[in-house]
Design a protein around this ligand. Structure first.
Ligand code: NAP
Length: 262
C-alpha cells in the first residue's frame, strides 16, 4: 500500500482549514499546517497527532508578508512528500467599497489572490513532473454574485474560480487534479473577524458538512464544487452559456449593435 501524500493546508488554525486538517488526518495523511496563530496550530497539531497518529509540521506564516509567503513557497517547491495543497486561507471585510480603507482592500487582495496563486505556482511544476497530486482552491459563491455587495472579496473569489478552471485545463492532462470549492455562508470565525455579527445572518452551513461535501467531490475529481447548490444543472447551464458566448465571438468584426450612433 502506498503512503498517503502529505497535505499542506493554509488557514488551518480555524474554520474550514482546521476541518480539512482533521479530515485528512483521519484519512491517514501527514500534514503541514499554515496560519499566523502559532499557539492554535500547536494545539490542533497535538490533538490530531494524538488522535490519528499522523506526523504534523506547523509553519506559522502571515501570507500577506513576502518573507513568510516565500518560506511556504519554498516548502511546497522542495518537499516532495507534499502532494496536496489546500489553498484555503482567506478573509473578507465589511462595508461598501468607498468605506473600505485602501490598505485593507490591498491586504484582502494579497491574501485571497496573490498568496493563492503564488502557492499554486510553487507546487504545480513539481506535481506536473510527478504526474500526480492536487490543488484545491477555496473560492466562494460571492465570486458569482456581484449583487451581494462584497465587490473586492467577490472579485478575489472570482479570481480563485477562474484560476482553478484554467489550471485544471493545463494540469489535468499532466495528472494533477484541481478543484475549486465555492462555499456559501458557513459557520466559521470569518464573520466575526470582519466585524459582522453572525446572529444577524440567515441560516449558515455547518463547517463539517461543508468540508465533508467538498471531500466527496474531491474523491470524484469534480472541478467546481458548490455544496449548497441543490440543482447542479444550474452550474452546467451557466458554463454552457459562457461557452456559447465565447464561441459566438468573431474578433475581427465589430458587432452590428455598435455600428450606429444611438
Ligand atoms: P476563518 O475561520 O476566519 O479562517 C480563516 C483562516 O485563514 C484562519 O486559519 C486564519 O488564521 C487564516 N488567515 C487569515 N489571515 C491570514 C494571513 N494573513 N496569513 C495566513 N493565514 C491567514 O474563516 P473560514 O470561513 O474558515 O475561511 C476559510 C476560507 O473559506 C476563506 O478563503 C474564505 O474566504 C472561504 N469562505 C468562507 C465562507 C464562510 O461563510 N465561512 C464562505 C465562502 C468562502 P490566522 O488568523 O491564525 O492567521
Amino acid at each position: 500500500m502506498t503512503t498517503p501524500s502529505t497535505v499542506l493546508i493554509t488557514g488551518a488554525s480555524s474554520g474550514i482549514g482546521a476541518t480539512y486538517a482533521e479530515r485528512f488526518a483521519r484519512r491517514g495523511h501527514d500534514l503541514v499546517l499554515v496560519a499566523r496563530d502559532k499557539a492554535r496550530l500547536d494545539t490542533l497539531a497535538a490533538r490530531l497527532r494524538e488522535e490519528h497518529g499522523v506526523a504534523i509540521d506547523i509553519l506559522p506564516a502571515d501570507l500577506t508578508q513576502s518573507n513568510d509567503l516565500a518560506a511556504v513557497e519554498a516548502r511546497l517547491r522542495d518537499d516532495a512528500r507534499i502532494g496536496i495543497l489546500i489553498n484555503n486561507a482567506g478573509a473578507t471585510q465589511s462595508g461598501s467599497f468607498i468605506e473600505q480603507a485602501t490598505e485593507d482592500v490591498a491586504r484582502i487582495v494579497a491574501l485571497n489572490t496573490t498568496a493563492l496563486v503564488r502557492l499554486a505556482s510553487a507546487i504545480a511544476p513539481r506535481l506536473a513532473q510527478a504526474g500526480e497530486g492536487a490543488i484545491v482552491n477555496i473560492g466562494s459563491l460571492v465570486g458569482l454574485a456581484p449583487e451581494f455587495g462584497m465587490s473586492v472579496y467577490g472579485a478575489t473569489k472570482a479570481f480563485a474560480l477562474f484560476l482553478s478552471q484554467g489550471l485544471s485545463l493545463e494540469l489535468s492532462p499532466r495528472g494533477v487534479y484541481v478543484q475549486a470549492v465555492l462555499p456559501a455562508g458557513t459557520r466559521t470565525e470569518i464573520w466575526e473577524r470582519a466585524g459582522v455579527d453572525i446572529n444577524t445572518l440567515p441560516e449558515l452551513m455547518d463547517v463539517g458538512d461543508l468540508v465533508d461535501a467538498a471531500l466527496v467531490a474531491f474523491d470524484r475529481r469534480e472541478l467546481v464544487t458548490i455544496p449548497p447548490l441543490h440543482d447542479g444543472a444550474h452550474w452546467d447551464a451557466l458554463n454552457a452559456a459562457r461557452q456559447a458566448l465565447v464561441s459566438d465571438i468573431r474578433q475581427a468584426h465589430v458587432a452590428e449593435r455598435y455600428r450606429t450612433a444611438p
